[in-house]
Structures are given as structure tokens and as C-alpha cells.
Design a protein around this ligand. Structure first.
Ligand code: ADP
Ligand code: MG
Length: 423
């Protein structure tokens, strides 16, 4: 049997050195030296497909981060020159910021240029203020966040650029690493969401960007997607002798984007039919029963699908509340059944799981995990398992063996203590 493959997180020194070396390789060592910023990927503990329904979610920041070395262009220039160690084939991309807008850029640079574009839009800053001119820059990216693994490498890239531009162009939003400015970071997160939605063209909700910019080390971020408010919930796994094992299944399934958009459309249509702004407004079993009756009265297969999608969203939001109540009470060891129930709901009612995710979750539980579930949008990507700290290797080995027996691509494994936000 092949041993499990681990994806270690770079230390800050390692990531910074790599970004600086990649910058020097690209631009030489003449001219102004760049500075380095970084931002984490995220993993969501619970509250999946709730963000675009005005619901609750509970992500943590990964120790795995995206680093950007950046220096401003000469005053008055809006030329952006960009490269990424993860996109060597793309070479150095050069363009004018004035040419960036919806539909004008594609590929990986949309995530970077989109942030600069969004921060430059009228009223994009705190209190609806306009940004001072965001000029051009030279930037090189390097990252240890796995790509397309449901761990939000896209938000890590956006958030690293957001804090870099904030510092470089004096936007005054991020605060310091020691004293982060959460309200300012919410403004940066909103710009990152616009970048992803309007420039990169991915209809994601706001969880990823908030996690990367607003999570705190040692805490889970309770994010209320209705009003964007957050609460830091202590989540000290090590003190409880536990670890969070992240399993990147390496599974890629076609139609992912279309499926995500379809789920979102079904939820929005259901809310409209129920006369609600979002599904968040359905409360308790009574509210759910009334919603089911109303949706079912439309008849047909679509109404059955809508009932199941709504049931996932409403019960998932309740599971977030129950999970947080357990964390608040110091009962971390008791959250396992909520993880399991979340997975069942995503698999059966929301229908976004897949064979690889189901296998990872079932094998983790059989190998002793306290609970496990898929995380992120689904159809591939990653699963999480809450495990005894001393059982991490054994659980990972069991999952690797199960994938090998099933003749699936070997998964990759990450450990994720709740880590620090973009800085
Ligand atoms: P996820 O966010 O789950 O990793 P996405 O499909 O949302 O998956 O985002 C992945 C995309 O983000 C990549 O295909 C690429 O375009 C961009 N991206 C993320 N990280 C980097 C990076 N380090 N360098 C260049 N592009 C990146
Ligand atoms: Mg993403």
C-alpha cells in the first residue's frame, strides 16, 4: 500500500523567501524591492451552501497560504505586470488597469486584476467612500494552497492581493496583523467577492473571502451571511487532543460550475415563491413544514427537488447553531454527529457529494474519526474528519488504502489547526 501523501504548509519565512526569489527571477534585482503579503485558504467546519442563502457558516483559516511579492509601478502608471509560480505557462502578463472590467480578462489573472478593479469602483471603500487611485504594480505569486480542492485557493489569491493593495495604496482598511481592523476587512472581502463574481465570473457566495480576511488563529469564524457580521468562536483543537484532517480527494467532476449555479437558482426561486428575501427567514420545524406545503403545492418533480434543497439549507443553518453552542460550552468532542448529519444532508438532499467524498467520509469514520463530512461546494474537492491527534496517521492511511483499493486517484492530506488571516 502506498503511504498517504501529506501537503505541508510553508512557514512564513519559507513562503516569503519563495515569493521574493520568484519576484527576483522575474524582474531582476534592480529597482525598488517588493514587499510580501499572504493570505490563507479556508476550510469550512459546517454550514455548507448556506452563504448565498443568507445563512450561517463556520470556516477556519488554513495554515496553507498564498504569498504575493508586490511593488507599485512608477507614479502615474497603471501598468500591471503579473506572474504566478503556479501558472508557469502563462509567463509574464502585462496590461493596463484601465482596460480591466467585466468580460475583459480571463484565466487566473482575473482574480488579481478583479480585486484592483473592485477596490477602484465608486463607493468601494469604508462608508461608501471612493478609493484614491489604485495604480499599476509588479507582482509575483507563489502558493502552497492546493488548487481547485475546495480549499479556496481563489480567495487566498484575492485576499493576498487585497491586503497588498491596501498597504501599497494607503486604503487604510486591513489594520495590522496584531490589530486587524475587522470592519475594514469586511470592505476588502466585499471587493474580493465582486472580483470573483464580476471579473472571474464565478457566482460564489461570500464565505471564502471573509474566512481568508477575517478569521483568527485558534478560532472558527461564525459568519452571518445576511448582514456580514462575524463572531470569533474559540476552537482550540490541540487542547482537546484533537486534530482536523483535511482530505483532498483530487476528484474533479464535470459540470461543477453549472451544478453550483443550479443549486443557487433553485434556492433563490424557492425563496421568491415563498415570498421571502432568503431561505434564512424560514424558522423552526413549523416554518419548515409551512414552506414544504407551499413548495409542494406547485406539484411536479421540480417542487420535490425544491423541498429537498430547502430542507438542506434550513437544517444546515440549525446545525451551525448547534455546533457553535457545543464549542461555546467547551464540548468540542461532541460535534461529530453534526458533521455526519451535515454530510448526509449534502449527499441526499442537496445532492452535491460524489463517490470519492462518500468513500473518504465513510472510511474516516470506520477508522475512528469522531465525525466527518464533505466540505466546500462538492462534486469533488475535500472532506474533513475530526480525529484524535494521535490517530491522524492511521486514519489517513486507511483512507489512502481505501482509495487505492477502489482504483481512485490517490488523495492528498492536510492538517489544519485554525490559523491566521491575511496580512
Ligand atoms: P478553489 O478556490 O477551491 O481552489 P477555484 O476554481 O475557485 O478553486 O479557484 C482556482 C483558480 O484560482 C485557479 O484555477 C486559478 O485560476 C486561480 N488561482 C488560485 N491560486 C492561484 C495561484 N497561486 N496562482 C495563480 N492562479 C491561482
Ligand atoms: Mg474558489
Amino acid at each position: 500500500m502506498t503511504a498517504p501523501r501529506w501537503v505541508p504548509a510553508w512557514t512564513a519565512e519559507e513562503g516569503t523567501a519563495r515569493a521574493l526569489a520568484a519576484f527576483a527571477a522575474r524582474f531582476g534585482t534592480d529597482g525598488a524591492a517588493p514587499s510580501v503579503w499572504s493570505a490563507p485558504g479556508r476550510v469550512n467546519l459546517i454550514g455548507e451552501h448556506t452563504d448565498y442563502n443568507g445563512g450561517l457558516c463556520l470556516p477556519i483559516a488554513l495554515p496553507h497560504r498564498t504569498y504575493v511579492a508586490l511593488r507599485p509601478a512608477p507614479a502615474g502608471s497603471d501598468v500591471v505586470r503579473l506572474a504566478s509560480a503556479q501558472e508557469p505557462g502563462a509567463g509574464l502578463i502585462e496590461l493596463h488597469l484601465a482596460d480591466v472590467g467585466p468580460g475583459t480578462v480571463d484565466g487566473w489573472t482575473a482574480y488579481v486584476l478583479g480585486v484592483a478593479w473592485a477596490l477602484g469602483q465608486p463607493g468601494a471603500l469604508r462608508g461608501g467612500a471612493d478609493a484614491p487611485t489604485i495604480g499599476g504594480c509588479d507582482a509575483v505569486v507563489d502558493s502552497c494552497v492546493p488548487y481547485g480542492a475546495g480549499l479556496s485557493s481563489s480567495a487566498a489569491l484575492e485576499a493576498s492581493v487585497a491586503v497588498a493593495l491596501d498597504a501599497t495604496f494607503g486604503l487604510g482598511l486591513a489594520g495590522t496583523a496584531e490589530q486587524p481592523d475587522d470592519a475594514g476587512r469586511a470592505v476588502l472581502a466585499a471587493a474580493c467577492v465582486r472580483a470573483e463574481n464580476e471579473i472571474a465570473g464565478a457566482p460564489t457566495g461570500g464565505m471564502d473571502q471573509s474566512a481568508s480576511l477575517r478569521a483568527q488563529a485558534g478560532h472558527a469564524l461564525l459568519l452571518d451571511c445576511l448582514d456580514g457580521s462575524v463572531r470569533q468562536v474559540p476552537f482550540d483543537l490541540a487542547a482537546h487532543g484533537l486534530a482536523l484532517l483535511v482530505i483532498d480527494t483530487r476528484a474533479e467532476h464535470a459540470l461543477v460550475d453549472g451544478q453550483y449555479a443550479a443549486r443557487r437558482t433553485t434556492c433563490e426561486a424557492a425563496a421568491t415563491r415563498l415570498g421571502l428575501g432568503t431561505l434564512r427567514e424560514i424558522h423552526g420545524t413549523g416554518g419548515l413544514a409551512a414552506a414544504f406545503a407551499s413548495l409542494a403545492s406547485a406539484g411536479g418533480a421540480d417542487s420535490d427537488v425544491a423541498v429537498r434543497r430547502v430542507r438542506h439549507v434550513v437544517t444546515e443553518i440549525a446545525r451551525v447553531e448547534d455546533f457553535v453552542a457545543l464549542l461555546d460550552a467547551g464540548r468540542v468532542r461532541e460535534v461529530g454527529p453534526l458533521l455526519d448529519a451535515s454530510h448526509a444532508s449534502l449527499r441526499d438532499d442537496y445532492e452535491v457529494s460524489c463517490r470519492e467524498l462518500d468513500l473518504a467520509v465513510a472510511t474516516a469514520r470506520a477508522a475512528g474519526a469522531l465525525g466527518a463530512r464533505m466540505t466546500g461546494g462538492g462534486f469533488g474537492g475535500s472532506a474533513i474528519a475530526l480525529v484524535e491527534a494521535d490517530a491522524v496517521e492511521a486514519v489517513a492511511a486507511a483512507i489512502a488504502a481505501a482509495f487505492e483499493s477502489a482504483e481512485l486517484t490517490a488523495p492528498a492530506f492536510l492538517l489544519s489547526p485554525p490559523s491566521a488571516p491575511a496580512a
